[in-house]
Design a protein around this ligand. Structure first.
Ligand code: GAL
Length: 686
């Protein structure tokens, strides 16, 4: 059903989120003029404005958007139109309370904020389809419209749905999946604690239970169900939009949020994916126990890595423009140069459209402290001056459009395991630590890293050709297909690095009755003898690798080599009962090899592994950069580009080890270059 598969912006473009309904109409014209003067050529509108078109049930009025879109067309402003289903009107929720989402104990979430609906209410689906159809029928042919955003931030605010419609739909989902209650009972291990079901009416979405000891196998299926519901609600709207869209217009939605398979959504339903990037959240809620002050906003690159994996050429639908917050949270404004830095961070990872949230700060409502480009007083300001410079810059670096991010190292993930971390505290703790540390380790080593999602149709050969090295931190749920794919990747010459608890579970989330790493035991050449958490009161346990002590994180597995060719590279150290036992092994497999780490990944281990595997600072023949800078290498055909980002207020010196053209100055440069406060550089490598 996809139309414009892999929609690409024709060139790098800037945009803004605009809410004409928040302002007097007398401001519209000057707002659009000022945006265009500052290089904003596209705006997103309408995503919360249902009542403007349907003020009463079944009564449709088009005057407001007709007037606004006429003006946009007169000015030459392009428009992304949002479907308004994130905020059902008061008349709707009052008359049909079954459309509301509910708390786990059944209490309904009432009107007064947003995203208070559920995806499965037949009434909500009917009324949502109708408003989308009316909007599309009326506006889709307007020349100013270039694309559609479906809803707003699916699964933001909450990823849990417990309404009666969800109950009914969950049963349907399970019936389609399992057919009979016997099979369901088996899949959920329902015999444990006497949960066996004898009638479908007894089956529910998770409900209030003592201490949330709810059956984890039930919860895993529930999260899969939420993902299924989200995608099907989105698809319902997309099918309608497709009937009316002009050829070439795109359909997107903005993310990323949990309990949904964003890859499938983009692959099968959307034309292109967009992300909402707020790096200054990192300053408001930096919970990193290791206090990586220098990685605060830079950690947003981890989210951008995820977005790249969903859609390598994406848009930023909302890019942080000002100080932000609400009654419960506050985040500082981007410092001079930081707004440009954050845009360049997005561009470095593959954004070809960057739209600011928002044009002008709202003077009322829940978000009146979320500052946009223009403040309440509507005067010219520092942010607009920076936007003007950014606009000139976007023109200078247009060559970057259409380039691809190059990463020699990947981090294996999949949705079964992501969903399992949401139900399983062990899995979650290990994954949080390892994914964060692999990311930080690679950032500090200037080793670009990709998130590699195992998906249907993925081929070992392609994986091998793209990534010499794959970290596979905690693939606890291991399907036979994925085990085979990973083993084949190694056989073809790849280096696969497994962490603790690999292969511990099957796709139902049941622990397997075989030695771990389960289906990869043969390839890894190891078996886990026993395992343990390292409690908060325990001393951390190091492993000793070539005389050096390296931390092994919050979980340890004592390994036993079972293949004659398996080498023990490191043994546990410290004052523990398993000191001296194998902690890290390496086994040759075909043309490649499998490492097995009996622990979680830490940045120190990642650094040691990257060095061992010769992917530490892989682009050092081109550039030498200090720890404070991130690099991205982008490629189009034979042409390479280098983006360097300084996240610090202090200037940083980099050294270009080969001749390059600075795309801003058009000058050829080589040797030392100083990057000022938050400065970024874009080079064409000669
Ligand atoms: C996004 C959302 C916007 C606005 C913004 C600032 O998550 O899509 O509507 O709420 O955050 O909070």
């Amino acid at each position: 059903m996809k139309q414009n598969q892999n929609y690409r912006w024709p060139k790098l473009e800037l945009g803004a989120c605009y809410y004409p309904e928040h302002w007097s109409e007398s401001l519209w014209e000057s707002d659009l003029d000022r945006m265009l003067q500052h290089g904003i050529t596209t705006i997103r509108v309408g995503e919360f404005a249902w009542s403007l078109t349907e003020p009463e049930e079944g009564v449709f009025t088009y005057d407001f958007w007709d007037r606004f879109l006429d003006l946009a067309e007169e000015k030459g402003m392009k428009v992304i139109f949002g479907t308004p289903t994130a905020t059902p009107p008061a008349w709707l929720t009052e008359k049909y309370p079954e459309v509301l989402n509910a708390r786990r104990d059944g209490v309904l979430y009432r009107h007064g904020t947003r995203r208070h609906y559920n995806y499965n209410s037949p009434k909500y689906r009917e009324l949502s389809s109708r408003i989308v159809e009316k909007l599309a029928q009326h506006y889709a042919q307007r020349p100013c419209i270039v694309g559609w955003q479906v809803d707003n931030e699916f699964n933001c605010e909450t990823q849990e749905f417990y309404s009666e419609s969800d109950n009914v739909a969950f049963r349907e989902f399970l019936r389609a999946k399992y057919g009979t209650l016997d099979v369901l009972n088996q899949a959920w291990g329902a015999v444990f604690w006497n949960q066996t079901y004898t009638d479908w009416e007894q089956v529910h979405v998770p409900r209030t239970t003592y201490g949330d000891g709810t059956n984890p196998n039930q919860k895993l299926d529930y999260i899969r169900f939420v993902s299924h519901s989200t995608l099907s609600f989105c698809e319902m709207q997309v099918k309608i939009l497709r009937k009316y869209c002009k050829p070439g217009d795109f359909i997107t939605t903005n993310g990323i949020f949990g309990s949904m398979d964003n890859h499938k959504l983009t692959r099968e339903i959307l034309d292109v994916y967009t992300y909402d990037s707020y790096p200054n959240f990192a300053y408001a809620m930096d919970a990193d126990p290791r206090g990586d002050k220098n990685l605060r906003d830079r950690k947003w690159s981890r989210n951008l890595m995820e977005v790249r994996s969903i859609c390598p050429h994406f848009g930023i639908m909302e890019q942080q423009a000002g100080t932000g917050g609400s009654a419960t949270m506050s985040a500082p404004a981007p410092k001079p140069g930081q707004m440009m830095l954050w845009v360049m961070q997005s561009v470095a990872h593959g954004a070809e459209y960057v739209s600011f949230f928002r044009w002008r700060t709202a003077t009322f409502g829940t978000e009146m402290y979320w500052h946009g480009l223009v403040d309440y007083d509507n005067r010219h300001n520092r942010k607009l001056a920076e936007l003007q410079r950014l606009n000139a810059r976007m023109q200078a670096i247009q060559e970057l459009a259409g380039t691809d991010y190059v990463a020699p190292v990947g981090m294996v993930k999949d949705y079964d395991n992501i969903f399992d971390t949401q139900t399983d505290a062990w899995h979650q703790a290990l994954t949080r630590q390892s994914e964060q540390e692999i990311f930080v380790g690679c950032q500090l080593a200037h080793t670009p890293l990709d998130a590699v999602y195992l998906q249907e149709g993925m081929e070992a050969k392609e994986l091998r050709e793209t990534y010499p090295v794959l970290f596979c931190p905690h693939q606890e749920i291991l399907s036979p297909e994925n085990a085979q794919l990973l083993e084949e990747y190694a056989r073809l010459g790849g280096t696969l690095i497994l962490g603790a608890r690999t292969g511990q579970k099957d796709v139902q989330g049941h622990c397997v009755m075989q030695p771990v790493p389960g289906l990869l035991t043969g390839a890894a050449g190891t078996q886990v003898v026993e395992c343990t958490f390292i409690g908060p009161g325990d001393d951390p346990v190091p492993m000793v690798w070539e005389g050096k002590e390296l931390p092994t994180g919050i979980f340890n597995e004592v390994l036993e080599p079972v293949a004659p060719e398996t080498k023990v590279l490191a043994r546990f150290g410290g004052d523990t009962w398993y000191a001296g036992e194998p902690a890290l092994t390496c086994t040759p497999v075909g043309n490649g090899r499998v490492f097995h780490l009996g622990g979680c990944f830490t940045r120190e281990t990642v650094e040691a592994l990257l060095k061992e595997l010769q992917v530490y600072e892989p682009f050092q023949d081109r550039v030498t950069v200090p720890a404070a800078c991130e690099i991205a290498l982008r490629r189009k055909g034979d042409q390479d580009y280098l983006v360097v980002l300084n996240y610090e207020r202090e200037p940083q010196e980099i050294v270009l080890n080969t001749a390059m053209v600075d795309l801003d100055t058009r000058c050829q440069v080589q040797g030392p270059v100083e990057l000022g406060s938050y400065e970024t550089k874009v080079y064409r490598i000669l």
